[in-house]
Ligand binder design. Structure first.
Ligand code: DGY
Length: 332
């Protein structure tokens, strides 16, 4: 049976093929315009589709800036993003136009921390490297010294950005017997807290969990790599531009550090060509929160926020607080 849009339903644009349950819910409550595709909505099409919308649901990759907000016009009340990161959204521009921003904290904390740990284990235990070796049909045999990796137990896990996801990654790292240290935007005096410099100099694994802000862009650069231990590895499940990718490629190629694992990229989805040549590198296409349960929960949180603002139904609280930093709450 053809779907009937409820009379008077507020117009909402959804820029991506969200989970089926989420789309069904949006269709039931709103006059939905859907970019029914996994690819990023072309910018011109996005700007052309937004005029007159009262709500918009986006993902990272959809830039919500003053131009887009102005194109939407004065009826726009809420933008909900399927992310905890907010670097694609100009929150101050939305605020001055009276547009509320909803996001999806908490529900993705465990999934993203799991990914950081999965990537760390892949790197230390050479999982993806071994996979590549077999697929390349290279000869191999079990041998006492063949492809030895490192166990995480006893290594020092340095967590850069001690918000929700960073804390969860620390919890999981501790379960693996790692010594955990952390540093965040503001000193909190909590157990394991060290300075940025100490974390960088003394950690075996440096896992990035800070949001992307003007202060954290290229936080990890040539000079910082030079301070790391030569057997350190760097994991990033936060945002690509926190690491200077060219500097990383240089550091890996020259043995300045021992390896890296990236779920996010500086110019996503493009990857710095020099990196693709590095063997000691695990690459993942931004899958931190990509489990069925998590993506559905994230979509439902966005729907909750749209309903609260546009229909006065429910009591969603997942709105970005006034004064939040460009990249989102500390440490995501
Ligand atoms: C986020 O939540 O910011 C992730 O990068 C997308 O899941």
């Amino acid at each position: 049976m053809a779907h009937v849009t409820p009379a008077g339903a507020p117009p909402v644009l959804a820029t991506r093929r969200f989970a089926p349950e989420v789309i069904a819910r949006l269709r039931d409550r709103f006059a939905l315009t859907l970019h029914d595709n996994d690819s990023v909505m072309d910018r011109a099409a996005f700007v052309a589709a937004v005029p007159g919308m009262r709500g918009v649901m986006v993902t990272p990759g959809d830039r919500v800036d003053a131009e887009l907000l102005d194109a939407a016009g004065p009826h726009l009340e809420v933008v909900a993003t399927l992310s905890v990161g907010l670097d694609h959204i100009d929150c101050p521009a939305a605020r001055v136009r009276g547009v509320r921003i909803a996001y999806t904290p908490d529900v993705l904390t465990l999934a993203t921390a799991e990914m950081a740990i999965a990537m760390m284990l892949s790197l230390l235990r050479r999982v993806t490297e071994g996979d590549r070796l077999i697929r390349a049909r290279k000869p191999w045999a079990l041998a006492p010294g063949f492809m030895l990796g490192r166990s995480p137990t006893g290594l020092r896990f340095g967590c850069l950005g001690y918000g929700r996801i960073g804390r969860e990654a620390c919890r999981l790292a501790a379960l693996l017997g790692m010594e955990v240290v952390h540093t965040g935007r503001v000193p909190r005096g909590e157990a394991g807290e060290v300075s940025f410099d100490e974390l960088v100099r003394r950690s075996d694994v440096i896992s990035v969990h800070c949001p992307l802000t003007p202060e954290t862009r290229h936080l990890i650069n040539t000079e910082v790599f030079a301070r790391m231990k030569s057997d350190a590895v760097v994991i990033n499940t936060s945002r690509g531009p926190v690491i200077d990718e060219r500097a990383l490629a240089h550091a890996l190629a020259n043995g300045v550090i021992a390896g890296a694992a990236l779920d996010v990229f500086e110019h996503e989805p493009v990857v710095e060509p020099g990196l693709l040549e590095c063997e000691k590198l695990v690459l993942v296409p931004h899958l931190g929160s990509a489990t069925h349960q998590t993506r559905t929960a994230m979509g439902m949180l966005c729907a909750d926020a749209l309903e609260t603002v546009l229909l006065g139904v429910g009591n969603a609280t997942n709105f970005v607080p006034a004064g939040a930093a460009l990249g989102g709450p500390d440490g995501s």
